[in-house]
Design a protein around this ligand. Sequence first.
Ligand SMILES: NC(=O)c1ccc[n+]([C@@H]2O[C@H](COP(=O)([O-])OP(=O)(O)OC[C@H]3O[C@@H](n4cnc5c(N)ncnc54)[C@H](OP(=O)(O)O)[C@@H]3O)[C@@H](O)[C@H]2O)c1
Length: 211
Amino acid sequence: MTTAVIGTGGVGSVIARHLASGGETLRLSSADSKSARMLAAKIGPTAVAAVDNRDALKGADAVVLALRFGVLKSVIDEIADSLTDRLVVVPSNPVSLDAQGNVVHLPSKGQSSGEVVAGWLSAGARLAMAFGTLSADLFESSSNRSPELAVLFYASDDDRAGEEVEQLIRTAGFEPVKVGGIEQSGRLEVGGDLHDRVVGPAEARSLIGGA
Ligand SMILES: NC(=O)c1ccc[n+]([C@@H]2O[C@H](COP(=O)([O-])OP(=O)(O)OC[C@H]3O[C@@H](n4cnc5c(N)ncnc54)[C@H](OP(=O)(O)O)[C@@H]3O)[C@@H](O)[C@H]2O)c1
């Protein structure tokens, strides 16, 4: 399978490396393409740096938008026609830092990234909020955990997207557990009760039930 990863910074680079380790073929892109080219070179022949975001989608079964919340909408608009009938995976948290380094919630506290992004996508794109539950260092170190795989939670309203993202999560070396529909995605994001929780499947299921 081939996945496009748009955004190859802190979290996008870990997503790409975990997917590549699991055998996924990758098409990478970033703002100025330098970080995408460097990451592709590090991963090897199963990853290529695309010319631009639209090029990244060519031949890809799915796309991961590993972008800061503030640029997500413009990139979605740029590639909108290529998102129809495709799995769109978004790890973005609805936060930013202000000039003083304080966390600012975007668009407003209480609204999840998933709910906002769902409103930006056209019908036909299959959204799953995933791969943003853990901070990059925890995510990096928890792949292929033994003896029990660590869980990556996801949220989606679409059954087919659920099946597809579960396959990607397994490829990345984690056990997928669905938290619910997109209306539940705030639980995965910064400030949510499931954010930064590295747990096995049994504990994950009890955490979901215990909300
Ligand atoms: N870092 C974490 O620990 C972590 C964990 C979970 C979730 N998240 C979420 O993941 C998202 C990304 O965070 P991050 O830490 O990975 O951010 P980051 O390190 O700043 O990386 C952002 C990436 O987006 C690329 N980019 C910016 N504008 C673009 C455009 N117009 N087209 C294509 N690529 C563009 C940048 O390209 P260049 O490389 O060329 O600058 C960079 O590769 C955020 O929403 C964050 O909340 C982060």
